[in-house]
Ligand binder design. Structure first.
Ligand SMILES: Cc1cc2nc3c(=O)[nH]c(=O)nc-3n(C[C@H](O)[C@H](O)[C@H](O)COP(=O)(O)O)c2cc1C
Length: 332
């Protein structure tokens, strides 16, 4: 069975990629994922704020010293004295590259252009095989229009893709009004791939302390239907790669998302809940299903149920809405 796929121009042995998660923080857990069978690893994100914070702190120390004394440099702490997230990230990326044979995709989180974008070059130089640009942003300001937000995304994509030669994927929000239009413009701005979707973490209220609480709820299996719909719609619309992220737990999820048009499916919560072995289980399940249904390769299956190819294209849009509501039978 040929499970190979092409994602961002990278030839991968199968469509299971480890999504950005804390599992990439340790070389040991990253190796376990590789041994279990993932074909590529996305690192946890380095945030724009972390890069800008380091730069600001560096400037603060430099100004402080030079204004006061001629021999100021002796007062300036060594670089190791600054917060060093960006440097540590690069060092860790280099370690992962050394330890793993699979491609390593670095992840940058940023939603506006600025000096930090240059950092993408450092990730490329440290050996990243590709970059994932994570655009996690909450559109809460009532004075900011959707056009302004979209322009920001497009500007960051253009700035990053001009800075590096390695491929760049953009992990997008499902809360974009005209998603197909924005996806097309992201591709035109230089994106080599889109990751659908960034999963937004919703705050809660602690009724005792009356504080907003942040506890991370992992996804549920049904959440894969959101990327399923949008990948099916976007596959005929864009030429760039498509990755599915959110609620991928089983071999059937992988098969369905591949048929919808995903080049790869990304696993995060499934591994966090069950451990790396879930990857080999899913791969076995995909193999068995393909054998039973006489598919020879993942490439043959990819996109076979996208909106342009499936028997009922309207089902991915409004078509089944009324039917779905009316078909629900209350149990009481
Ligand atoms: C603990 C945790 C940490 C995560 N860290 C990142 C991150 O640093 N960057 C990122 O783009 N996504 C991050 N994600 C999101 C995942 O990559 C993924 O998109 C999301 O969890 C949906 O996939 P899932 O349903 O398989 O969990 C994180 C998710 C979890 C649960």
């Amino acid at each position: 069975m040929d499970l190979s796929t092409s994602y961002l121009g990278l030839e991968l042995k199968n469509p299971l990629v480890a999504a950005a998660s804390p599992l990439s923080r340790e070389v040991g857990s990253a190796r376990e994922l590789e041994d279990a069978g993932v074909s590529a690893l996305v690192m946890y994100s380095l945030f724009q704020e972390q890069i800008e914070h380091e730069a600001a702190e560096h400037d603060h120390y430099m100004d402080f010293g030079t204004d006061s004394f001629a021999e100021a440099l002796s007062y300036v702490p060594s670089r190791a004295g600054f917060r060093r997230e960006p440097d540590q990230y690069i060092e860790h990326l280099a370690e992962l590259k050394k330890a793993l044979d699979i491609p390593v995709i670095a992840s940058l989180n940023g939603t506006s252009t600025g000096g930090w974008v240059e950092h993408a070059k450092n990730l490329e130089n440290a050996g990243a095989d590709a970059l994932e640009l994570n655009t996690y942003y909450i559109a809460a300001n009532p004075n900011t229009t959707s056009q302004e937000i979209e322009k920001r995304y497009l500007d960051v994509i253009a700035a990053v893709t001009k800075t590096v030669k390695i491929p760049v994927a953009v992990k997008i929000s499902p809360f974009i009004t005209a998603l197909a239009n924005v996806a097309k413009r992201m591709e035109e701005a230089g994106a080599d791939g889109l990751v659908l979707f960034n999963r937004f973490y919703q705050p809660d209220i602690d009724l005792e302390s009356l504080e907003v609480s942040v506890d991370l709820e992992l996804s549920a299996g049904h959440e894969m239907r959101l990327p399923l719909r949008w990948i099916a719609i976007l596959d005929p619309v864009v030429k760039c790669s498509l990755a599915a992220s959110s609620g991928v737990y089983t071999s059937h999820d992988v098969l369905k998302l591949t048929m919808a048009g995903a080049d790869v499916t990304m696993l995060c919560a499934a591994i966090l809940r069950s451990g790396a072995y879930v990857v080999s289980d899913i791969l076995k399940g995909v193999n068995t299903w393909m054998e039973r249904h006489e598919y020879k390769s993942v490439k043959q299956m990819r996109g076979s149920m996208n909106q342009a190819s499936c028997p009922n294209p309207a089902a991915f849009e409004r078509g089944n809405y009324m039917r779905a509501l009316n078909s629900y039978a209350p149990q009481f």
